[in-house]
Design a protein around this ligand. Structure first.
Ligand SMILES: [Cu+2]
Length: 386
């Protein structure tokens, strides 16, 4: 029986050991849980202190119940508040240096090269999100990470007026974040700030359709994907669109928007995998054997979490044992409600769109079109990697 750690919710008391033998994915499950009892093998010369390492080991558990991740605007208020509260509990928990939230977030920068610019991008962030969700559940049991489907905001005539950037959701979108659940947050990269809708761009339905039109992981990830179906590239532009800490890899997760953004990207990937299964392609085996680009993205390279390898992160174990993605609200002329006060139906396009909250005080419009997008390009990677 897995020994329960202090503060770990009852939900995590499921003895993984007993289910191991029954599982068809026994080896992977064993590898995952083995991290609880062995030293986490951090890569390169980077280390975290032993207290942090010990805590992170407690995050390698499988919840008894599956989470249902929902779109932010479709998440019941109570769940959303619990989610924000859990984040703040981690942020204020100084039993680790400098606090639990920042300690977990630091891994994103430490393992930056393993996690980005290659086919491991999706799998690595999937495992990382699971660890984060487990950390939240230690603070407030039952919490899940809602996903931010940014196409709902992109469909607005002025996405900078999205209700997401109010105290009801994530706080203001320009300058120091002084409203909402993360107001006046300090980070290792200065006070939390954003600069929405100045550079980069949000995703649209065509982006998702382009991803869905492809067949293999290498068709939607670096280094082989065409730009128009490269999901990492699409995600980079959203990071840049938010600005502030979000615009750079080493600081991105210090803005909690990071997790909701990645939860959406992850849901797109899961949809892609479902389509693969329907087409007779096994997503468990779909990792480029040779054309993976840099060595650290090779299928047998370490994932950065204990004994897990890069190829393990694409396994259905992670896709199926922890959470599901709910559908983003949709509407039609016959079914005009989007089921959320934050969304309204665009009857022409028959899709839900974020309701604007107020007139902008910045007084600029949005430049649309491919050409202007290219002109404004400042990619997430390029900001970091000379
Ligand atoms: Cu990342």
């Amino acid at each position: 029986m897995l020994k329960r750690q202090d503060g770990v919710s009852a939900e995590f008391s499921q003895p993984l050991w007993s289910t191991m033998l029954l599982s068809s994915i026994m080896n992977l499950r064993a590898l995952f849980v083995a991290l609880v009892v062995v030293a986490v093998a951090w890569v390169d010369s980077h280390t975290v202190d032993s207290d942090t390492e010990n805590w992170i080991r407690t995050l390698f558990v499988q919840p008894r119940t599956l989470k249902m991740r929902r779109e932010l605007r479709d998440t019941p208020r109570e769940n959303l508040q619990n989610f924000f509260q859990a984040i703040n509990i981690l942020k204020n928990d100084r039993s680790l240096k400098p606090n639990k939230y920042d300690a977990l977030c630091s891994l994103h920068a430490i393992l930056m090269d393993i996690a980005h610019h290659g086919p491991n991008f999706l799998g690595w962030h999937r495992v990382y999100l699971i660890l984060f969700e487990n950390a939240l559940n230690q603070a407030v049991p039952g919490v899940y990470v809602p996903f931010w489907n940014n196409t709902l905001d992109n469909s607005m005539s002025k996405p900078s007026l999205s209700s997401l950037f109010t105290s009801d959701f994530l706080g203001n979108g320009r300058g120091l974040v002084s409203t909402g659940p993360f107001r006046h947050w300090n980070t290792p990269h200065g006070l939390l700030r954003r600069n929405i809708d100045q550079h980069g761009w949000l995703m649209d339905n065509i982006d998702e359709a382009n991803v869905m039109s492809r067949f293999y992981l290498e068709d939607i990830t670096y280094p082989n994907a065409m730009n128009w179906s490269n999901v990492e590239e699409m995600h980079n532009n959203v990071h840049v669109w938010v600005g502030g800490q979000m615009s750079k890899i080493e600081s991105a997760c210090y803005d909690p928007m990071f997790w909701m953004h990645h939860a959406y990207i992850d849901c797109i990937w899961e949809k892609f995998r479902a389509k693969q299964r329907a087409n007779g392609i096994d997503p468990n085996l779909d990792y480029p054997l040779f054309s993976f680009g840099e060595k650290r993205h090779s299928p047998n390279a370490p994932l950065g979490f204990g004994w897990l390898l890069v190829r393990h992160a694409i396994h259905d174990y992670f896709a199926e044992s922890f959470y599901r993605c709910a559908e983003t609200p949709s509407c039609s002329r016959q079914r005009p409600s989007c089921g959320s006060i934050w969304l309204e139906c665009d009857f022409q396009r028959e899709q839900c769109v974020t309701r604007p909250v107020r007139k902008t005080i910045w007084g600029y419009g949005r430049i649309r079109g491919r050409f202007s997008k290219i002109g404004g390009r400042k990619t997430f990677n390029r900001l970091l990697k000379p």
